[in-house]
Design a protein. Structure first.
Length: 400
């Protein structure tokens, strides 16, 4: 084994994990401000009673809360700019996001946009797309406290957010240490309320984060530790929580897997899977985890067939973590058993489906590949194999 060379730095964040940790939202928020913009989706947090609990906790610490419930899946520029205007008009000095990845990403983006008074700009001006130079994100960004309700996007422990431009039909992520939450709360009561379908798609997102971070270019031993443990937790618990959502122990294991995988991509980033599903989300509004499930089998097969010795070794380890009994040494044939384990998991959680099942048109495959090549080059560049437009088309066709 060669000596790894890496840098590991994470922004300061108070992470609370367990049952009833939502109660920390007030005391953590008051460290950063007095007027909170509380960002949620349309209905679920209110229907389940968690919105009322959050507001009570904020009021107990004498914070004023202004509720913005405009979040939708695949949050758009319009949604973010609307929330930012509300934060400015109400003089909010801290952003509190309560919900899944879409709510947290929206909260991050609002924190950036609300800090600047230029009424002519939009959040899209702060995102680098192709040759477009982004405005600089600075320490003026409003502080952010988040409570995650899914397991999940990992956004509660990353410096990333993803926003969709409905006009240009592009879905692009942006990065800044200033959008890493000041406090992140994982209360296992919240993901326990997810439906089976949402459990499956968000749970698969966890696996995608864990596997993409470990196969990417470069050696990141700390990220590998997070990733491998996350895979183990997914293998042992995702099928169970899909069948029995009331299993709190299994739910807590998936919440931990989500957190570990989020930390892994904070260090090592994501690869080809995310490069392909961002265009799918932008053009078809597909849920992120679902889109990953639809293309991952083809991506894994392509990568193993074309990967080097290190890639083969990594996929062999993935196969082992997903339950395949494999003796050393790693070989391409053994690595391919990761695809077998993946397909078995997809079948178990009801995601063994194709792009065509969700309305993706075959004639759009070339356009989707071009989108990925145009504005997802960073993720493609992290992939362990060279990727061409032809490769992307081939993977999409196999997933169709």
């Amino acid at each position: 084994m060669s000596i790894p060379q890496f840098q590991h730095q994470l922004p300061e964040c108070n992470l609370f994990f367990g049952k009833n940790t939502l109660q920390k939202i007030g005391q953590e928020s008051k460290r950063w401000g007095k007027r909170a913009l509380l960002v949620t989706g349309r209905k679920s947090m209110q229907r389940l009673g968690f919105l009322e609990e959050a507001i009570e906790c904020l009021e107990r610490e004498r914070l004023t809360s202004i509720h913005y419930n405009g979040v939708q899946p695949n949050p758009t520029v319009q949604i973010v700019d609307e929330g930012a205007r509300m934060a400015q008009e109400k003089n909010c000095d801290v952003i509190v996001a309560l919900g899944g990845g879409s709510a947290i990403d929206t909260g991050k983006a609002i924190a950036v946009r609300a800090a600047f008074s230029n009424s002519d700009s939009t959040i899209w001006d702060y995102i680098s797309v192709g040759e477009q130079k982004a405005c600089r994100i600075t320490s003026r960004t409003l502080p952010l406290v988040v409570v995650t309700s899914t397991s999940g996007s990992g956004s509660h422990v990353t410096p990333y957010a993803v926003i969709t431009n409905s006009r240009t039909q592009q879905k692009v992520g942006f990065y800044s240490k200033y959008i890493f939450p000041k406090a992140s709360i994982v209360d296992v009561r919240l993901p326990s309320k997810m439906s089976a379908d949402l459990t499956a798609s968000t749970g698969f997102d966890v696996l995608a984060h864990a596997t993409e971070s470990i196969i990417g270019r470069g050696d990141h031993p700390i990220a590998d530790i997070y990733s491998l443990k996350a895979m183990e937790l997914v293998k042992n618990n995702l099928s169970e929580v899909y069948r029995n959502g009331e299993n709190v122990k299994a739910r807590s294991c998936m919440a931990l897997a989500d957190t570990l995988a989020g930390l892994a991509i904070t260090i090592a980033g994501t690869t080809m899977g995310h490069a392909l599903v961002h265009p799918l989300g932008a053009r078809y509004n597909l849920p992120h985890g679902l889109a990953l499930a639809l293309v991952s089998s083809a991506i894994w097969r392509f990568t193993i067939e074309n990967g080097d010795k290190r890639t083969v070794e990594r996929y062999t380890r993935i196969a082992q973590k997903l339950g395949e009994k494999i003796a050393p040494p790693p070989t391409r044939e053994k690595a391919m058993r990761a695809v077998k384990a993946l397909n078995k998991l997809l079948e178990t959680i009801g995601l063994n489906k194709s792009l065509s099942d969700f309305g993706v048109r075959e004639e759009d495959i070339g356009m989707l590949a071009e989108d990925a090549m145009a504005y997802m080059r960073v993720d493609l560049g992290r992939h362990p194999t060279q990727i061409s437009r032809k490769n992307l088309v081939s993977v999409l066709e196999e997933s169709f």
